[in-house]
Design a binder for this molecule. Sequence first.
Ligand code: SAM
Length: 671
Amino acid sequence: MSNPYALPPLAALDTATLAWRRDDTEQEAPHSTVFDDVYFSRHDGRAEAEHVFLHGNDLPQRFAAWTRSRPFTIAETGFGTGLNMLCAWTCFERHAPARARLHLVSTERYPLRREDLARALTAWPDIAAKAKRLTDQWPDPVAGVHRLWLDDRVILDLHFGDSVTRLAQLDGRADAWFLDGFAPARNPDMWQAPLFELMARKSRAGATFATFTCAGVVKRGLKAAGFDWHKRVGYGRKREMLAGVIDAPRDDTTRDATPWYRPPQAKPPHHVVVIGAGLAGTTVSHALARRGIEVTLLDRHAPGAGASGNRQGALYIKLAADTNLQSHIYLAGLIYSQRWLAELDPDRTLWQDCGVLQLATSDRERRRQQRFLANHPLPAEIVRPVDASTASELAGTPLTHGGLDYPQAGWVRPDALCHHLAAMPGVTWRQGDVDDLVRTHEGWRVSLTDGAALSAEHVIVATAWQANTFRDLSWLPCQPIRGQISSLPLPSGMTELRRVVCAGGYVPPAFDGRLTFGATFTPNDADARPRPADHEANLTELERTLPAYVAELHGAGALLSPDRLTARCAIRAASPDKSPYAGPVPEADTWRQAYATLAKDATRVPPVSGRYHEGLWVTAAHGSRGLASAPLCAEVIASRLCDEPMPLESSLNDHLNPGRRLIRDIIRGHD
Ligand code: SAM
């Protein structure tokens, strides 16, 4: 087996190839042609799932008794049609107390195509509404973690890829396991020792498992990994099945080589203060409020007053030609934002998924895009190459260059989105200028310049380039980047752009009769006053990106001169490596001492866990890609804070950890 801790590539997965066979009751059921095995029997698949997996894990009783503030977590190998998980959700609804939450994690190496999934689940009309929630949000077949909110109490994380590879990267632990995945004789590659080992490492104490098979390899593997098992009566014609428990799970060794990233102990709080009401702050407020946590959201101005306050922003990403952690995060972020926005605003009043074209306006960019495509075989629904003529057709205006097309990306109204999120149930918006943050016995005291003070168990700093003005974050590098956008009223009769067109900047379709374009990008400049020179730069870029459109604008009488344009200028924040920060705040001085030996030899890792300021978090440095990164980073923080499985692979969560900058500086000998 290759190194299971290596991150799998950013790539499309093969979908399941099915034959629809009729069983002995003449009912149609999906059959895998790869494994030559059935997903379930249409006749009694539901009853079998309930017998084996639900009762095998004693779920009705355990759900009824679940009073913890963290969610009950079930992990599964082989999601297939999702029948097991939909049954678990149904059982949870029936038995669990009203405030309980459920978290489902499932791996799948050959995801069904959406239409096959819908067809398979028509077999069970009484769970049709649940099946629709699943199929409506069903991800494209891309390796990685896909988070779906099934309802306000139930999250499903689909880990697309091979079970062993995915579980190695699972950042979370299960209370119960559904050990599924076709019969061991038909799928011997999966039922191997590494799988059982990983289950033991990703289990909570007392975690249970259930499986339909009693194969020797399974019994031996589970025993060797530390699970006790016993046989139970199987379902229908199967005489026996296995169920069991692990009282002493194995240590999760994922972070042995990077102990500074071991997460702090978590317990879901009652009240959190979020400082900063831009995209980072409002999305994290929403993520926490959805989990039943009371949120006070503070900003010295209004929601979306800073860099998140533009009328229109592009929901797009730029992925590196060679895969790196940042590209993994941004692709996952883009996919999550699309799903999250579709849920939040199905009527598309806050956003439009019209697609984004990323033009290759130079040879260098063309070569870069070609390399990117060669290295990342992603589904065409996510990103595909287009020539100038297809690009022109898609954009609705003649273009001189082709490029990359992201058909599901688009544009968002960031200002309206921030206001919308700040007004969601569970979020209390309050104007306030924070001048100090002090740790107390109970949590944090947040002092405002008007003399008021708030207390909270946790504080999340989401103040972009000003995040490091707080004492405990003073070490965090945040670079200000000035950005100005320009806009003008669109003359009547003008062609409507049909896609967001990007090259050096971005141009979304006109909104409310105005055409917006930009933005400039001036690092280390925190002056937010509009400048005519920036209008000039935006006009030059507009001409370079959309020459025919600009000619049409001139013909329609538009006045394309700096003194006739409207400006909005704001300061964005970036980290030195251009990845966002999302996670707990390290105690910088303690880290510098604890890990000082890394300066001499970066391979001599002290076996000391990283210490964090208890209850202090940061989400910042989203640069100009916050629409793609902030919603997922909000889930990263909310999941960690609530002690639930993470929405990203361990290595990606670690990359988002602000402490990466401390470690890098220690290794390089900087203070
Ligand atoms: N739990 C499913 C349900 O409720 O419909 C049925 C699962 S089906 C019998 C087995 C699933 O395991 C298939 O979808 C198959 O693609 C998946 N699978 C097989 N080998 C796998 C592996 N190594 N990693 C991840 N998934 C795998």
